[in-house]
Design a protein around this ligand. Structure first.
Ligand SMILES: [Zn+2]
Length: 386
């Protein structure tokens, strides 16, 4: 195999190198073999490659590969990990690229290892001598589970560039905003006792009634205060997804736990939301003698918004023929935006195929994607705006 190999060989190599990430350690795998493949191909193309190991998970790493230099430039970014797959429910081998029905089947074809190969295919067209601003390929770890890869890049303030495209599955239409996700556990603790005498205990379940009522009031207020018509669901959502409390009807029960999922719009800041949540619930159970604690179920992902006026939004709209819109899923975009990089999410796959058995990428998306990426590289690296 020549190095870097042809496009389908690259995609096949990425798909056949498992890199599942999961909060469940039984499924979780290292992404280093995928990072090594990408780094080798990009080294061959003359890129300066840096493998940045995650402090939080030493068996995982991000890759930052740079051609050219300068303060501006374009990042093409994607995550190297996939979700776990439904064993026995695939008609094709999830870890082998299969061409059939005008499609490329395999785990990560749509979401989104194949994009990394397409980015290399597009990038290979350019020599360093042509670039006035750098072209940077970034491959991240753990997007599907902890977002630790993107968080590590933010902590390291890497990469530095002006614009980025993240090739998540958007059907080749630009996305410049999405909601965030915050999942919180709320625990009410009281005192247990015999049900025949209310004075013998302090019911956590009755305390939870106050919590639930306060949350529904808060939701009403949030939805009255925040509205963005660019989203299909134009208001923030708050879902009560799990509740468990008590154990027996003849006991006053001391524990009740609730899990909520809150999806804020751009402009609603995670820290401020958690503070508001805790303050309101504390007041709701004040003077009840109950203890209340809140903790995040995982680290929250902020909402994303890139200005409609940004050059990367304009360019991707012009080149695709679609107005930049919103997505219903989270990405690493807000972390790139926090690095000062105007970011658009735009990739060849379809979200309907992601996280499904028989995930595929339609073959007729390949050429338009490579051509689009070449035009963007030309516009932002070869002939950059001044
Ligand atoms: Zn993805």
């Amino acid at each position: 195999m020549q190095n870097p190999p042809n496009l389908l060989d690259m995609i096949n190599a990425l798909i056949s190198t498992p890199s599942i990430s999961s909060a469940n350690p039984d499924y979780d795998q290292s992404n280093r073999p995928v990072i090594n493949l990408l780094a080798n191909w990009l080294n061959e193309l003359g890129y300066q490659t840096e493998i940045l190991t995650l402090d939080s998970q030493p068996d995982k790493a991000n890759l930052v590969a740079t051609l050219g230099r300068g303060p501006g430039g374009l990042v093409l970014a994607g995550h190297t990990d996939t979700v776990p797959y439904d064993e026995g429910r695939w008609n094709y081998d999830p870890f082998q690229l299969t061409r059939a029905n005008g499609r490329l089947y395999g785990l990560g074809t749509s979401d989104m290892k194949a994009f990394l190969a397409l980015a290399i295919e597009a990038a290979a067209f350019f020599s360093v001598a042509q670039l006035k601003e750098p072209l940077i390929l970034v491959a991240t770890a753990d997007e599907e589970s902890s977002m630790d890869g993107a968080r590590a890049l933010l902590a390291a303030q890497r990469p530095q560039a002006r614009y980025a495209v993240i090739g998540e599955p958007t059907g080749l239409r630009p996305v410049r905003m999405h909601k965030g996700i915050l999942m919180e556990s709320i625990h009410v603790r009281g005192r247990s006792g015999h049900s025949s005498d209310p004075a013998l205990g302090n019911s956590a379940l009755e305390g939870m009634v106050k919590v639930l009522s306060e949350l529904l009031d808060w939701r009403r207020e949030l939805q009255a205060q925040h509205m963005n018509p660019l989203f299909d669901i134009p208001v923030p959502t708050l879902n009560l997804g799990y509740i468990h409390g008590g154990d027996n009807p003849n006991r006053i029960c001391a524990d009740c736990e609730l899990h909520i999922d809150l999806r804020p719009l751009p402009g609603m800041e995670i820290g401020a939301l958690r503070e508001a949540l805790q303050n309101r619930l504390r007041i709701a159970v004040e003077n009840s003698g109950l203890e209340l604690s809140c903790h995040p179920l995982f680290e929250a992902t902020p909402a994303m918004e890139t200005a409609a006026t940004s050059a990367i939004v304009h360019s991707t709209e012009e080149l695709t023929g679609y107005r930049a819109t919103s997505a219903a899923f989270c990405t690493e975009g807000p972390y790139f935006n926090q690095l000062g990089i105007d970011t658009v999410v735009l990739g060849p796959g379809d979200i309907d195929q992601a996280h499904q058995p028989d995930e595929y990428l339609a073959e007729d998306r390949i050429t338009p994607t490579v051509e689009l990426l070449r035009k963007l590289i030309h516009r932002f690296c070869v002939n950059p705006p001044t």
